[in-house]
Write a protein that binds this ligand. Structure first.
Ligand code: HEM
Length: 139
């Protein structure tokens, strides 16, 4: 069994995870921006797209992190300690983001007393029970 090793280039799965998650995050932002007025069909549709995109970000974040730990990444460009530190911190922050942001969205929905409903496949799930105090910013 081979141990994790740095490669010269990012591997194909790493490149796939990168672009898939980038596009899904962009779609989540787009959907929430263009969703339209409360009660409209447009809002229901784009909110569903938002939930789907965000949930898929979380679903892909798990294998992405595992793959990163397993396959490693190209070696850092050494020479400037400050840049190395900033790049490590930025990567770490992005990993935290792709887990925390979808989870916070799900918790917000649940705190408002509703399950997360993934439209078109009728899949619903609940992570926590209703919490009135947390749900002030609900839709
Ligand atoms: C990477 C994933 C996600 C990103 C980048 C994201 C981003 C955002 C943004 C920018 C807003 C608008 C906030 C505002 O202007 O007040 C928002 C609102 C919201 N998001 Fe997400 N979100 C993500 C995932 C999720 C997930 C997975 C869910 C639940 C399944 C979710 C549920 C919500 C809800 C309920 C709102 C409030 C909508 C409203 O105010 O009507 N989000 N999200």
């Amino acid at each position: 069994m081979s141990s994790p090793r740095p490669t010269d280039r990012y591997t194909s799965p790493a490149i796939f995870f990168h672009w898939a998650i980038f596009l899904l995050v962009a779609l989540a932002y787009l959907a929430i921006e263009i969703r339209g007025p409360r009660g409209s069909d447009s809002r229901a549709f784009w909110t569903s797209v938002h939930f789907w995109a965000g949930t898929l970000v979380l679903v892909l974040a798990v294998p992405r992190l595992l793959w990163r730990l397993w396959a490693g990444a190209p070696p850092e460009i050494t020479g400037n300690r400050l840049l190395t530190f900033v790049s490590r911190a930025a990567h770490l922050a992005l990993y935290v983001f792709i887990f925390a942001q979808p989870l916070l969205g799900m918790l917000m929905v649940n705190a408002g007393g509703r399950p997360v409903n993934l439209a078109w496949v009728n899949l619903s799930f609940t992570l926590i029970g209703a919490r009135a105090a947390l749900a002030q910013g609900r839709p």
